[in-house]
Ligand binder design. Structure first.
Ligand code: ACM
Ligand code: ZN
Length: 529
């Protein structure tokens, strides 16, 4: 049936055009699966064009109508209605779930058919780029599109620097335009606890504020800014963000770090530590030895109570439990941890972490959720049902995929967007390190080292944006853009990337970024890498 629709559309668009082969081209990021351009004819979209909504998908239509207000310089959103001509949107089960088919022709005006409303939403993202590229003079064409990966993620660190709700929404807008469908929200860490938990108000009362912030690399010389920094999200804030994201087909995966990266929690609740030690919310970056005690039952009760509230708030099936970078120094000296190891017959502290992770996974599963964690959760032995987020490289992900675990690939070399974008680092300010220019992201093959069968376990790809040296949205956006465009090609258009056209496409996308008022780094456009 789908093939028939394609064929019909190809015939229709070919018949429309006469004469020589057309030089008409569209530049869409990420690259659609199929584009057929008619040789002539155009449909003009203006601020007066109506959005005709067939399947009651008013929210999808309203978001588009509002976003185009600024572009067309309107006083109110574009009109929407159930009848008429203009941009028609509807669904059809013969189109893939996240896919869409767009026909632009004399008969149809603009017709977008999504497999679901989600597919229509992605069709409208494509349409917005086309409107900006052609200034509303849309060439007759047929586009059929669908993504390669079902998990297309971007991470946001609100612990190292806090970003208020309005910033998170702006971040979500940027993700949606790149057809991303997961926001991995890193909500707890050594430098700040950012999510209200009713059972433990101290977490945000005390754990959300640090005395000051490291402004050097912590080497020589070392310097702090002397300014308190903090903030947190109330449950109301979080519901608002979840709802905003859901309307843009983005699932928020909350991350609650355990047992490491927990110094802010230990500051608020010292009994979480092995020796009930008094510690500050951390003012440095890196890895601290102050971690949760894995021997005391009170730690497990705490984690379960926190997760119950997290589950209650977030509809996401996957819940991220961190698990990375947990030094075992305190555990080696702790009577509770050592007693627990003895009781369980464990040989070393890695296995104790494995026990904690497996116990938490069971808890999540009992509450209808699935666990995802950084690749360190492989070290203590992992269950076959956990999803692995491979960050230290792809080796962990490859190992996990071969064992049958689901994997999200996010190796730091290609996917850490806190890294520098140029070799010279000129004009980039102080960043964490590394070197990941646009081209490196674009050229990355997330399937490398895997057989066809094993590939099926790579459910997706994600880029991570840690905010140690990123204090505000402008800085965050310059790290994210334009590299997110390269990442979206890896996520959505994996096997149809084309190095010979990407630069031309990016020059067009840049105008789209300008139209949205988003900040982006200039280096790729200057030919610097
Ligand atoms: C990580 O970058 N520590 C996951
Ligand atoms: Zn302990």
């Amino acid at each position: 049936m789908r093939k028939l629709i394609y064929l019909f559309a190809i015939m229709a668009t070919t018949l429309m055009g006469i004469g020589e082969a057309s030089a008409r081209k569209l530049h869409i990021v990420p690259e659609p699966a199929y584009i057929d351009m008619a040789t002539e004819g155009e449909f003009v979209v203006t601020g007066k064009t109506k959005i005709v909504v067939w399947d009651d998908m008013w929210s999808v239509a309203d978001i588009f109508a509002e976003e185009m207000m600024e572009y067309f310089n309107l006083k109110k959103p574009m009109a929407t209605g159930k009848r008429g001509t203009g941009i028609k949107i509807r669904t059809d089960r013969f189109v893939p779930e996240e896919g869409y088919e767009m026909t632009i022709s004399e008969e149809e005006g603009v017709l977008i058919i999504g497999g679901t409303e989600r597919g229509v939403f992605y069709g409208l993202q494509t349409l917005k780029q086309m409107i900006v590229e052609t200034d509303g003079h849309l060439p007759y064409c047929f586009i059929a599109d669908e993504p390669n990966f079902k998990y297309r993620g971007v991470h946001m660190d609100v612990c190292r620097h806090f970003f208020p709700v309005e910033d998170v929404k702006r971040y979500i807008d940027i993700l949606a335009a790149h057809k991303v469908n997961r926001l991995h929200w890193h909500l707890t860490d050594d430098q700040g606890w950012r999510i209200q938990i009713d059972a433990y108000p101290e977490l945000t009362e005390k754990g959300s504020m640090r005395k000051e912030t490291l402004t050097s690399h912590g080497l020589n010389p070392i310097s702090w800014d002397g300014t308190p920094h903090g903030g947190y999200y109330t449950k109301e804030d979080i519901r608002e963000v979840i709802d905003y994201a859901a309307k843009r087909y983005i699932t928020i995966i909350p991350e609650i770090e355990m047992p490491g990266h927990a110094q802010a929690a230990l500051h608020a609740l010292p009994w979480l530590g092995c020796e009930e030690q008094e510690v500050d919310v951390w003012t440095c970056w890196g890895v601290t030895p102050e971690v949760m005690c894995a021997g005391k039952e009170t730690t497990y009760t705490f984690l379960e109570n926190v997760l119950l509230e997290v589950i209650d708030l977030f509809p996401s099936e996957l819940i991220h439990i961190g698990g990375d970078e947990c030094p075992k120094d305190r555990w080696k000296e702790c009577e509770h941890c050592q007693a627990k190891m003895k009781e369980l017959g464990l040989e070393n502290e890695e296995q104790l972490q494995g026990y904690l992770v497996a116990r938490i996974e069971k808890f999540l599963n009992a509450h209808g959720r699935q666990m995802i964690g950084w690749d360190e959760i492989l070290d203590g032995g992992v269950t076959p049902t956990a999803t692995i987020m491979s960050w230290r490289g792809t080796e962990g992900g490859i190992y996990a995929a071969k064992r049958g675990n689901d994997v999200v690939m996010t190796p730091l070399k290609f996917c850490y967007f806190d890294f520098y974008q140029t070799e010279s680092r000129e004009g980039e300010g102080l960043l964490i390190g590394g070197h990941t220019p646009f081209e490196k992201v674009y050229g990355w093959n997330p399937y490398e080292g895997l057989s066809n069968d094993e590939r099926k376990h790579i459910i997706g790809v994600q880029c991570n944006l840690w905010s140690e040296y990123l204090k505000n949205m402008e800085m965050l956006e310059r790290q994210l853009l334009p590299r997110l465009a390269a990442m979206s090609e890896v996520q959505w258009a994996t096997e149809r990337r084309d190095e010979s056209t990407i630069r031309e496409k990016m020059e067009v996308l840049r105008r789209y970024y300008d139209s949205r008022g988003w900040n982006y780094a200039p280096y790729y456009f200057e030919g610097r890498k």
